[in-house]
Design a protein. Sequence first.
Length: 476
Amino acid sequence: MLYDANPTLEGIKTIDESKQGSVFYKESTGATPGLKHFYIESYGCQMNFSDSEIVASILGDIGFAPTRNVEESDLILINTCSIREKAEETVRKRLKAFEIIKRNRPDLKVGVLGCMAERLKKQWLEEEKLVDLVVGPDAYRDLPNLIGSAEDGGRMVNVLLSREETYADISPVRLDSNGVTAFISIMRGCDNMCSFCVVPFTRGRERSRDPFSVVAEAQDLFEKGYREVTLLGQNVDSYKWDNPENGEHVDFADLLEMTALVNPELRVRFSTSHPKDMTDKVLHTMATYENICKYIHLPVQSGNSRILELMNRTYDREWYMDRMESIRRILPDAAVSSDIISGFCSETEEEHQDTLSIIEWSNYSMAYMFTYSERPGTLAARKYPDDVPEDVKKRRLNEIIRLQTALSLRNNQNDIGKTFKVLVERDSSKSAADFCGRNSQNKMCVFPKSEGIKPGDYVMVKIHDATSATLLGKLA
Ligand code: SAH
Ligand code: SF4
Ligand code: F3S
């Protein structure tokens, strides 16, 4: 899912949790008189960013407008992530900064949302004196209620998880948007019990959203000028929905097709695929529709079967390689990316070598790479000692990063001379004279602007140069 690139390691999207915050806002100047304002920062995966848009919609209904200026807000919200210890440390630091603002503004309310709210529950109110609200990911409909009580001086907690909540009827407020690309959550929670992972505890049971509400949201976005949607879930391949009216079964491949049919000019992406569930049916659907992007994020985590078993990933090295071979056969042009964890409990040097060799064999276009971070309450924390020393984890991670950087560069250099269809997204962050946008394979292309071309247009770009992170080209 979404992690910020570490700017010091071009092309390698290692996590840097301290840079992950994002401010959502509507107005670029000043507060709207007469309205109350909320300020929200989001951390973690795309699902959290997507949830913040649902929160904005719920708050809009009770007269709260978003602001980018924390000083003028009546309510500060921080949508948190628990995936690694570092992510939680970042949140604690931000709360300290808000504490200083609150000291002079006793009426200002501060709320913790998301996965860290869910994980620590009531503990927040004991540990952090400035927190007024603690709201878990399935309780956002209760926000109006909770905010009302907080305004009356209460300190409120709702961390109930639900088996049904999908927020399907709530139209997200797109706040921090380029007007071209948007996320649509298609499911919530996760039923896989990967032994390292906190998500099943913070997000609850897996549930899929009504496909017709997904298609309606995609249609609405298209009509508003958006040209790309990313369907989100922790394991999109296990999407399933049974029509209560006629018993019709909709799986992920069906939903992908339904979304692709909204309009051939609307690109469809998705994240994340789990190797145990990714079917050839999904790959064939991708091959059938030009507007389904030829890019798959298929996290391997480790290249060693013993470690994969300890991780409870329910596939082994051979199964993963078989899935990759299917991708290469059915979608020869597709790019594949991955997530990798170094130094999981009891990992040996030899097993680490297996990870390096599967990275090389898979020839990923890109990867998110992490050292193992033990999370309280997970299966691994309960069963296996976190016994790979920190310096060994880091050294192995650096070897992984070095290899992936070389592969990313080689991969991108192979694109020199090719011409790609690119969806223009925005100005390049390096130069206002250039636009940037991605090709079907999710590679960022940068090219000089030209009269009459604007974000939301499709253009053909011929690549003349490449770094490990970016393709540089000219309009063809
Ligand atoms: N649902 C997705 C993963 C979501 S979490 C999937 O199964 O692929 C994103 C990534 O964070 C994971 O793929 C994993 O590589 C990493 N991650 C999760 N828990 C972690 C932990 N305890 N320590 C280090 N990395 C972790
Ligand atoms: Fe975590 Fe595994 Fe679920 Fe992904 S599939 S969210 S890694 S438990
Ligand atoms: Fe996402 Fe972090 Fe929660 S990765 S699901 S916000 S723990």
